[in-house]
Design a protein around this ligand. Sequence first.
Ligand code: GRF
Length: 213
Amino acid sequence: MTNIAVLVSGGGTNLQAIIDRIADGSLRACRVRVVISSKPRAYALERAKNAGIPGICVERRRYSSIDDYDAALLSVLKNYEIDLVITAGFLTIFGKSVVDEYPDRIINIHPALIPSFCGKGFYGLTPHVRALEYGVKVSGATTHFVSLEADAGPIIMQKAVEVEEGDTPESLQRRIMTQAEWVILPETIRLFAEGRLRVDGRIVTVLPPPADD
Ligand code: GRF
């Protein structure tokens, strides 16, 4: 069983996608043990409650240093015996002690094709605003392991989504969510839970399923 913590700050549609895939049996041997929000009023906490999952708010402003904040996060993660941490729209930065404690076991979802439209400040609608300004014809989503630099860790999965004529940042965001994010995040978790992700430096290889699968 893979014990998952999902870290959120907002609506939690990616959290919902994980909950739904576990419920419909397509994501097996996984459970979301805890949802950690950086914001007390995040709708993701409602989703956790509706699914019977403990929701805990750990707000950065309550801690005077990043070390204290990391210690608070780590204590929740340890308490729930977490194997895999998912950051899905988690807007607070944690530090080295969290990253070091979970090597290749923290995965982020980003709403663009990294290395485009990513890094510091690229959250919310910004990746989509900038993608449309640039005139790209495809954008998409990326799952990647988390390193200390924002959106820079080894890429696990990517899915491209076409930009359509007349797209607004909102319509592009929605299409990327439905067609890419909610698909590749559960799929990435499945591969992780099956022990099929091998990381070698920057390169992630997906190992074949066991022969009798
Ligand atoms: C998603 O677009 C995700 O890729 C990004 O933040 C957004 C979170 O949305 N990192 P939600 O809270 O999962 O609905």
